[in-house]
Ligand binder design. Structure first.
Ligand code: ADP
Ligand code: MG
Length: 489
């Protein structure tokens, strides 16, 4: 075996995550769930969302939704047909990197409102113009406003269905003056400044949106139990019994519907085990964390989600490059890779590279080779180099998918949900959608947890919840407008 493959194999072993570790992870997760439901300021935030029912597919109407994800800003309008189906019109733009880290909250939210404005101009211009005319004539009517669901995928202290303050930024955002502010009010102010016919009706975490959207679209009568995201970040939301959310008594909040006896909880599981009592840690995880802008937090997310897997891979490849001559010809002189390669730049590798590498089942690894050229400007990577890359990619991706099983298995266990015949789960995010066999590895790890096992796994139905944040947000805006939650305009 070549030295580079041998070393890659040795590194890959450091990413193995054994069944025993999965079980220990589940145990610790359940402990953190209980803690999070009873107290505030815990590792697992377990945030009450004030959404107390899930849709059944018969909901109807036209709604707006916006989604500030982490990589993109999406604006859409959703027409719910009331028969599990919907039509959706959307626009999507990349958030400029400068906007994430410099400037003020006001600048960011005005930027977002301007995107809503141009969306309305393109797709709902008649409605927009009519509203402007009435506004000038002083005859604007409340019922002409679009109800908008605002998907905001960062940790928020939610105080009501359309009220919540930002706890901290994640995923590379850092705009200090937004922290502690009500993000719905910030968006509404920006919208009003531009005179848009829009009311921010609901604050939606993308995970909750994913759960709601899946519940609307999923076949049959069974409401969805859990929504999970594996995209730029990772997080999950699930349906909890109100009487188990004992910290509700201590939380300042506006009124909500208690009749269902349930509420969706946003777990914020990206920060599971920040104290690293059970999470696996390699030297690459340590380095990634140390060089990140939020060391010591979102430790689960840093091992699982799209924003970080590419960087873990980069650190491993850089190590192999230095120690074993990866991407160097045998003589060691004439390097195959230019200095401008993103191998040398922090965050230089996109996680989509892992999916391409993992997917290549051919013997000569031609796709790996061309992906290395496209992504890293590596000319003529040798077959051994390609094999070494694939070995570490596989290890990093598989560990992420097995780790993803921990919060899901733990939530199924802590809620006693596996007593039921069918448990529906909605998932969203490029990683779970595109990384080959992500769900397969996840399920394999789940079956290794005795309380789930083969029998439990069979009851679990997992479906991609496409457009989760759009449709889900619309559904929550619908619930909110029905409940009569009116924002201050
Ligand atoms: P968001 O998190 O903004 O809602 P996505 O769900 O599309 O958006 O996730 C984007 C993340 O997924 C990025 O970190 C990106 O690197 C990663 N990603 C994009 N394409 C793929 C792919 N084909 N396979 C794996 N990861 C991907
Ligand atoms: Mg998303």
């Amino acid at each position: 075996m070549s030295a580079v493959i041998e070393e890659a194999t040795r590194i890959a072993r450091q990413f193995e995550y054994s069944p025993e570790e999965v079980q220990r992870g589940v145990k610790e997760y359940i402990r953190e769930v209980e803690e999070g439901l009873s107290e505030e300021g815990t590792t697992l935030s377990q945030i009450p969302t004030f959404v107390t029912s899930v849709p059944n597919g018969t909901e109807k109407g036209l709604y707006l939704a916006v989604d500030l994800g982490g990589t993109n800003f999406r604006v859409c309008s959703i027409d719910l047909h009331g028969n599990h189906t919907f039509s959706l019109t959307q626009s999507k733009i990349m958030i400029p990197r400068e906007m994430m880290t410099s400037g003020s909250a006001k600048e960011l939210f005005l930027f977002l409102a301007r995107q809503i404005e141009s969306f309305l101009r393109i797709h709902h211009n008649e409605h927009f113009e009519a509203h402007l005319k009435r506004k000038i004539a002083g005859t604007a009517r409340e019922e002409d406003l679009f109800d908008l669901g605002f998907t905001f995928s960062f940790p928020v202290r939610q105080l009501g269905i359309n009220k919540g303050t930002l706890i901290r930024w994640t995923k590379g955002f850092d705009i200090p003056d937004a922290v502690g502010q009500d993000v719905c009010a910030l968006l509404q102010e920006a919208i009003d400044e531009l005179n848009l016919p829009v009311r921010v009706a609901a604050l939606v975490n993308d995970t909750v949106g994913t759960l709601m959207a899946r519940s609307y679209t999923s076949p049959g009568e069974t409401g969805t139990f859990l929504g999970a995201i594996f995209g730029t970040g990772t997080n999950g939301a699930y349906v909890e019994k109100l009487n188990k959310i004992t910290k509700m008594a201590k939380i300042e909040h506006s009124d909500y519907d208690k009749s269902t006896g349930e509420m969706i909880i946003n777990a914020e599981w990206g920060s599971f085990d920040n104290h690293l009592s059970v999470l696996p840690t390699t030297e690459y995880d340590r380095q990634l964390d140390a060089d990140s802008n939020n060391p010591g937090i979102q430790m689960f997310e840093k091992r699982v989600s799209g924003m970080f897997l590419g960087e873990i891979l980069r650190l491993v490849l850089l190590d192999l490059h230095k120690s074993q001559g990866l991407f160097k010809p045998a003589s060691g002189s004439d390097v195959f890779i230019p200095e401008s390669s993103s191998l040398y730049r922090q965050w230089g590798i996109d996680t989509s590279l892992l999916s391409i590498v993992e997917a290549d089942k051919s013997k000569d690894l031609e796709q790996v080779k061309s992906a290395l050229k496209d992504h890293l400007k590596v000319e003529r990577a040798s077959e051994n180099d390609c094999k070494a890359v694939q070995t570490v990619v596989h290890a990093i991706g598989k560990r992420a998918a097995r780790l993803a099983a921990v919060p899901i298995a733990a939530t199924l266990i802590s809620t006693g949900k596996l007593k039921e015949e069918l448990v529906d789960i909605g998932v969203d995010g490029s990683l779970v959608e595109f990384y080959p066999n992500f769900e397969g590895y996840l399920r394999e790890a789940m079956r290794e947890v005795p309380e789930v096992g083969e029998a439990g796994d069979k009851k679990v139905r997992i479906g991609i919840s496409k457009d989760g944040s759009g449709v889900g947000a619309a559904l929550i805006a619908l619930v909110a407008s029905k409940e009569g939650a009116k924002p201050q305009l």
